[in-house]
Design a protein around this ligand. Structure first.
Ligand code: IPE
Ligand code: IPE
Ligand code: MG
Length: 248
């Protein structure tokens, strides 16, 4: 039986987040510079975006560039920023054809102007699409996002606009850049690393984590389906015991 047929469409996660990792090592294994890995990673982005939209995922968040990634060699950072511009320009047509909306989380004001503009234009040009939202995490840091939320909330309290007693999980969630987006039920990380690397720390509090040794440029639809199947085989207890759960 093929993998896709094994997926229960009534039990899909509404939001899947992916830490796309392993481009550099993949390139090294092919005797090529790291940038070659990033370029090939674009094919995986296309595949996973298409697979997710086809099957009925509502939100797909891809970690494309972390705040810490600025510390990489300048040549690599510049190449990544250029690749982003190129990819957004190339893919907008397909996103529109597939009715996919583009969005972004992270401090995009700090991106090079060309990259920021490509992104803002892409978001604008796909704003009416409603089949799936593709969220790119760019210059993203979960700690940055949490600090920013705390500052915003503190300012409102300071101005007398907010009673500290009114601060709850919902209010805090709404102060994050993922406002309006459900928490990811499944988070996939490729390349064999088992860490979050400053990604969605608040939002992933109860997320199912899936780690695969596959390097990102090799990740295909089948790997994505496998992650969904694995997710569906798990029991999400949220602190309860198995017998308390309503089995469907
Ligand atoms: C992920 O691949 C892409 C980005 C972080 C932009 P890496 O570039 O981290 O590849 P490895 O982990 O060095 O193999
Ligand atoms: C995480 O990957 C960031 C992205 C995938 C964009 P890294 O390769 O930067 O993470 P670390 O450094 O191994 O934790
Ligand atoms: Mg890496």
């Amino acid at each position: 039986m093929d993998l896709k047929a094994k997926i229960n469409l009534d039990k899909l996660p509404s939001h899947v987040a992916v830490i796309m990792d392993g481009n550099g090592r993949w390139a090294k294994n092919h005797g090529k510079p790291r940038v070659f890995g990033h370029r090939n990673g674009v094919t995986s982005v296309r595949e996973v975006t298409e697979a997710a939209a086809e099957i009925g995922i509502e939100y797909l968040t891809l970690y494309a560039f972390s705040t810490e990634n600025w510390n990489r060699p300048k040549l690599e950072v510049n190449a990544l920023m250029r690749l982003l511009v190129e990819t957004i320009h190339k893919e907008i047509h397909t996103l529109n054809k597939n009715n996919i909306r583009l969005n972004a989380i992270g401090d995009i004001s700090k991106l090079p102007e060309k990259t920021r503009k490509a992104l803002v234009d892409g978001i604008h040009n796909t704003r009416h699409n409603d089949r799936m939202t593709l969220v790119l995490a760019l210059n993203y840091s979960a700690k940055w996002e949490i600090i920013k939320a705390v500052k915003d909330i503190a300012t409102r309290v300071g101005n007398g606009d907010l009673d500290p007693e009114a601060i709850d999980e919902d209010l805090f969630s709404d102060a994050l850049s993922t406002k309006g987006i459900p928490n990811p039920e499944l988070l996939i990380r490729t390349s064999g690393e088992s860490r979050l690397s400053n990604f969605l720390l608040w939002q992933a509090a109860y997320t199912e984590l899936y780690f695969t040794p596959v390097f990102w440029p090799d990740f295909r639809k089948g790997h994505f389906y496998q992650a969904l199947i694995d997710f569906q085989e798990r029991e999400r207890r949220f602190g309860k015991i198995s017998e308390q759960l309503i089995k469907s």
